[in-house]
Design a protein around this ligand. Sequence first.
Ligand code: HSE
Length: 414
Amino acid sequence: MIYSAVMGYGVVGSGVVEVLTDHRESIAKRAKEEIGIKYILDIRDFPGSPFQDKFTKSFDDILNDDEVRVVAEVMGGVNPAYEFTKKCLERGKSVVTSNKELVATKGAELLEIARANNVNYLFEASVGGGIPIIRPMSQCLAANEVIEVAGILNGTTNFILTKMIRENMSFEDALRLAQQLGYAERNPAADVEGLDAGRKICILASLAYGKHVYPQYVHTQGVTKITLEDVAYAASWGGVIKLIGQVKKLEDDTLDITVEPMFIEKSSQLASVDDVFNGIMVRGDATGDVVFYGKGAGKLPTASAVVADIIDCVKHLKARKYLYWADGGEELVKPYEETSYPVFIRAEADDRQAVFGMASELFRNPRVIVRTNAAENELAFVTDEMTVKEQQNAIARLEENGVKVMSKIRISDL
Ligand code: HSE
């Protein structure tokens, strides 16, 4: 019997305990060892739970018990998860996690500590919930140079956008529903402001390019400013709006990496990824496009990935899985203002013709888009590729001339 411990008994933690318990026999066959749960760490009480004998409020119980070889950190947040993870790794315990915030902010350091202590730090569940993506990228696609990774990486916002597009549901009602279904973060601002997707694209970028890409260097924009009018214009244009995390390596070896809402053409594989589903496209130089699709959030999909990592650790108690990246800095990331893409603009325009005349001077090749039931004083157009700096200057000039710009949304090349 190999003992594990689970730190955090929230949505994911309770799922991990459930999967380990319900699938005990099949897991034992796959791991070639029975895996027991010795402790569940949580500061809360769970009266009536069948796991009473396992609950502890003391992290030291886990740390000081040499029988515990694998620890699942499913607490979320950086503190105290960082300190607990570090101590477990230093004590020779492997750690698996779904905690993307911790991996995105401390991944390089924790991977180095794991390496120095000859244990594993695995985080399949940190990106894409139940979708296998970390292992495929680090192992199956290892022969490729990764040209680009792009994906719908946040289930909550994808669920919200889908409800807005299909059911005209308000943003608030859709968010409430996502929270009830256990998709959202403890603080849903992390979902709707794009931070969660930002952490995930940073993890994928670090994995793809071998150096830690920190979220604070990545332009991150959420979905809170997306309106039903924008959704309608995207439909007229021939697509949908999705929150996309994207990274590509540029010729000067910097990374064009962002998280922002984008217009996606209907024909794109990512356009039909709806509800809580995530879709991740990895473009390899040898494979071409490989797309991963599945439930990106929720108790059991995420728990499934955490438990798979526990099994992997048990199978590799005396060997390390090669999962590693070096530390990185701000110089890895192309400044957002210097990146370039076509854009959708929606502006207030009492005199549409005059405003379009101005836009034609300021933007590259603007083409008007129309929608049914548009307000009389509204003008919407899409442009050719312009740098973000050029877009900002053009918008500033419009605003100087009394034209209020209500939306600016990137048009993707996916
Ligand atoms: N809040 C996250 C999401 C959970 O909605 O995708 C999974 O990481």
